[in-house]
Design a binder for this molecule. Structure first.
Ligand code: SAH
Length: 232
């Protein structure tokens, strides 16, 4: 048993190294759109530190290190690793940052951020997913993520302001509460567009109390950000 397990761990490690090389290539190939030529070393290290297979249902684990989104149950998906890397890089966080995530899902994106920042607050609308993510963080010994059930459109006013906010579900328009809850110079990375339609990943920087700048990064396909009373 234990030898089998360790050989599987070794396989995962190899697959993860290949995945990170693939992400590097895709980041370089999309520089024209994103403005990012390469991942910073701390973001690469964070990707390396988090075992993606631990965030994926058992029957999908062999695909854990493929550069694609995967189903995680409840009609939701864990984002493509390249997108996780890109969004993490765009947030420009450091060890003092306080970050809000809308859409905990599997918890993978939050776990990557947790390697880089002081604390991640993450909101998930589907109770079952919130509970599973909490259990994963506990099992992995990650203690700087707080998960709450709720509607992320409203942000997390009790913990605001945030240095950075990431939404991993697509909003029809940018929720005003998320801008309000950013610190000056804070960054919001969010997919905006129609549910199951064309969406644009946007980087919004709060330059002053009432001012923001907005940059379109890349066309993307995220699951919709639902309101509390609907799940699809
Ligand atoms: N960051 C996740 C990606 C999950 S997909 C990961 O790394 O796995 C997006 C998630 O957003 C889904 O779990 C979905 O249930 C959640 N979601 C959708 N609308 C939401 C809302 N209004 N508030 C909070 N979470 C929401």
């Amino acid at each position: 048993m234990s030898t089998k397990k360790s050989s599987q761990e070794a396989e995962f490690e190899l697959a993860q190294s290949r995945l990170i090389e693939e992400i590097d290539k895709e980041i370089a190939a999309t520089q024209r759109y994103t403005g990012i030529a390469k991942l910073s070393p701390n973001v690469r290290n964070a990707l390396r530190a988090v075992p993606r297979h631990a965030f994926i249902p058992e029957y999908q684990r062999s695909a854990a290190y493929a550069n694609m989104p995967l189903p995680i149950g409840d009609g939701q998906t864990i984002s493509q690793p390249y997108i996780v890397a890109l969004m993490t890089e765009l947030l420009q966080v450091d060890q003092h940052s306080k970050v809000l995530e809308v859409g905990t899902g599997s918890g993978y994106q939050a776990a990557v951020l947790a390697q880089l920042v002081e604390h991640v607050y993450s909101i998930e609308v589907i109770p079952n997913l919130a509970a599973q993510a909490k259990a994963r963080f506990a099992a992995l010994g990650i203690d700087n993520i707080t998960v709450r059930e709720g509607d992320g459109h409203l942000g997390w006013p009790e913990q605001a302001p945030f240095d950075a906010i990431i939404a991993t579900a697509a909003a029809k328009t940018v929720p005003p509460a998320l801008i309000e809850q950013l610190k000056p110079q804070g960054r919001l990375v969010i997919p905006v567009g129609e549910h199951w339609g064309p969406q644009m990943l946007k980087l919004i920087i709060k330059t002053a109390d009432t001012h923001t700048t907005e940059k379109d990064i890349l066309p993307v396909a995220f699951v919709p950000m639902t309101h509390g009373d609907q799940t699809h």
